[in-house]
Design a protein around this ligand. Structure first.
Ligand code: NDP
Length: 333
């Protein structure tokens, strides 16, 4: 059936300014790392993407290697652009990245200009787009001068293949350097994409300060720790969960007794707030104004709706925050 976007799509979502740029991002964005590959059910992927857009999610995050197989999430999204979203392209911020292994030989990985330029050209074909809104260096490359990687990003903007650039998984020090180089080239860094959740707080040790000082936005990935910070694993490992899938990145050995005890305690606290654990985990990230957007992954439209409902309660009392800290500090030998 032909897709017509909901007229109410901008009535519920919250938009936050990305650093000091002209771009506002939805407080909740959708990532296509899992659940959009050619191994997944296209109908389900289509329903999630349609529902996301109807809920005011204007930002969709991809990478060259998302699938599996690598490249197929971009192909799924490209098919959706053709089928459903062509007339809505100007309402969307679409990002992709290069930095992990994509093709054999010395030019299909990391951060050389050779790889980044070739990869974005390939991504645009799969996405059926003339340009992406944001192109990222997916990870720092210890063997390529950072100047070369940043010059490649700048070049792609000048070629009109990307409007903005970002970096992902760069440390605080590497980020400071990348921001300065990009600024000197005349292509400011729009955004950093780091992992951040209640279970992984490395960004609090310097990175968020660097971003704030330089007025660069952030979009945080795996905010639900790949599903751990939800009710998904409270009663075992469901068959259709990421931890049970052969190609899922979440490993069953990450679901330890200590993690389970924390999830149970956090779940009880979320209930007292009339939220699900997933909603509380998202709200907890959005309480920091340095976080522009929370980048979720979902395997169903109902999960997506659940995530967006986090916006109904974003505030925490001091006691709630203290209790969360206590739970996160719990140790079980
Ligand atoms: P999340 O931490 O949001 O985990 C997503 C998983 O959580 C879902 O697949 C689902 O698990 C579960 N889930 C989501 N919503 C709910 C809900 N409401 N109730 C119960 N369970 C829920 O994020 P991801 O790890 O998927 O990462 C999100 C995005 O971040 C990626 O798609 C990608 O765009 C980006 N990313 C970037 C990286 C980088 O290096 N730059 C690395 C990793 C991710 P289930 O499938 O079991 O149902």
């Amino acid at each position: 059936m032909e897709y017509l976007a909901s007229d109410a799509r901008y009535s519920q979502m919250l938009y936050r300014r990305c650093g000091n740029s002209g771009i506002n991002l939805p407080a909740i964005s959708l990532g296509l790392w899992h659940n959009f590959g050619s191994v997944d059910d296209f109908k389900n992927s289509q329903q999630i993407l349609r529902r996301a857009f109807d809920l005011g999610i204007t930002h969709f995050d991809l990478a060259n290697n998302y699938g599996p197989p690598p490249g197929s999430a971009e192909e799924t999204f490209g098919a959706m652009i053709e089928k459903d979203f062509k007339s809505y392209r100007d309402e969307m911020i679409i990002s992709t990245k290069a930095g992990y292994t994509m093709w054999p030989g010395p030019y299909g990985d990391w951060g050389s200009k050779k790889y980044l330029v070739a990869s974005l050209n390939q991504s645009l074909k799969r996405l059926k787009l003339d340009y992406v809104d944001v192109f990222y260096s997916h990870r720092p490359d210890p063997n390529t001068p950072i100047e070369e990687t940043m010059t490649a990003l700048d070049l792609l903007v000048r070629q009109g293949k990307a409007l903005y650039v970002g970096i992902s998984n760069y440390s605080a020090e590497q980020t400071e350097k990348a921001i300065q180089i990009l600024r000197s080239l005349g292509t400011p860094c729009l955004i950093h994409q780091p992992r951040y959740s209640m279970f992984d707080r490395w960004v609090e040790n310097g990175l968020l300060d660097v971003l704030e000082r330089n007025s660069v936005g952030s979009i945080v990935f795996s905010p639900l720790a790949q599903g751990l910070l939800t009710d998904r694993y409270l009663k075992g490992i469901p068959q259709d969960s990421r931890a049970a899938k052969p190609h899922g990145f979440l490993q069953q050995n990450q679901i330890t007794v200590e993690v389970l005890r924390k999830i149970e305690a956090l779940n009880a606290l979320a209930k007292e707030r009339n939220q699900t654990l997933a909603q509380m985990a998202i709200a907890w990230l959005l309480k920091d104004s340095r976080v522009t957007s929370v980048l979720v992954g979902v395997s169903s439209t109902s999960q997506l709706e659940g995530c967006v409902d986090a916006l109904n309660n974003l505030s925490f009392s001091l006691i709630e925050l203290e209790n969360i800290e206590k739970i996160l500090a719990m140790r079980i030998e």
